[in-house]
Design a protein around this ligand. Structure first.
Ligand SMILES: CC(C)(COP(=O)(O)OP(=O)(O)OC[C@H]1O[C@@H](n2cnc3c(N)ncnc32)[C@H](O)[C@@H]1OP(=O)(O)O)[C@@H](O)C(=O)NCCC(=O)NCCS
Length: 203
């Protein structure tokens, strides 16, 4: 597949064979929709998430199988621009032993950030989790700086002791508790305490 030149491409990934997202024609066009992901979206989701992982380390790399699992489970949302291109993603992963529902692979394409897509993805995901699973505990890792932390707190998430995170959540690659200076924080929210307000996030 020929790669289109106008798509924002991280330099460090130029040489690999991952499929990149389709061309973004107008990053300033605010018209986007949040939709349930379908199997057709899987490759673009993986590309979006793994490019961010490579660039900033703010999210873990994912496989196509993981993306497909979330899609099949109905716990994956995408933000699409007017041309149907995927510009943002969030998933919810249910941890079987602890029962925690973890927000995973929450990424907005850098060209589309600070337009309110991120907070809308979170609000829609919280509604979807509540509808599907009831009043569960939701958990999210985030880096200490950047919009992720502020989006979580704006929705009612509270900081949680990293040492108390159930062991199973570390099985996929987050830095283990006890490891100092890893730069991540963890936040939790009981679904019924969600504020789900746009506050000052462009709403
Ligand atoms: C975290 C992330 C998904 C947020 O996506 P986003 O679409 O930029 O999020 P929003 O636009 O809703 O909010 C981001 C900021 O834009 C501001 N904003 C939103 N709409 C705006 C508007 N219309 N005009 C001006 N500012 C606006 C918000 O106030 C917020 O400000 P802050 O960074 O000072 O807190 C994105 O930064 C990202 O992909 N980061 C890398 C991966 C990551 O860290 N994931 C989070 C793991 S929890």
């Amino acid at each position: 597949m020929t790669q289109k030149s106008s798509y924002f491409q991280y330099p460090s990934l130029k040489s690999n064979n991952e499929k990149f997202m389709p061309t973004i024609k107008d990053p300033n066009n605010l018209d986007f929709k949040i939709k349930k992901s379908t199997s057709d979206d899987a490759a673009a989701i993986v590309s979006l998430v793994n490019q961010e992982s490579e660039r900033s380390g703010a999210v873990l790399r994912i496989s196509k199988d993981e993306a497909i699992k979330w899609i099949a489970n109905g716990t994956s949302l995408v933000a699409k621009d007017v041309y149907g291109c995927i510009v943002g993603h969030i998933s919810a992963n249910v941890w079987p032993a602890s029962g925690y529902i973890e927000l995973r692979s929450f990424v907005v394409n850098p060209s589309f950030r600070k337009k309110g897509i991120g907070i809308r993805l979170v609000i829609n995901m919280l509604k979807s989790i509540k509808k599907r699973y009831g009043d569960r505990q939701i958990i999210s890792f985030t880096n200490k700086f950047g919009s992720g932390k502020r989006i979580l707190t704006a929705n009612g998430f509270k900081p949680f002791d990293y040492e108390k995170v159930p062991k199973e959540l570390f099985s996929i690659g987050m830095p283990h508790r006890g490891k100092k200076e890893h730069g991540y924080m963890v936040f939790v929210l009981k679904c019924s305490n969600a504020k789900s307000k746009l506050n000052n996030f462009g709403g």
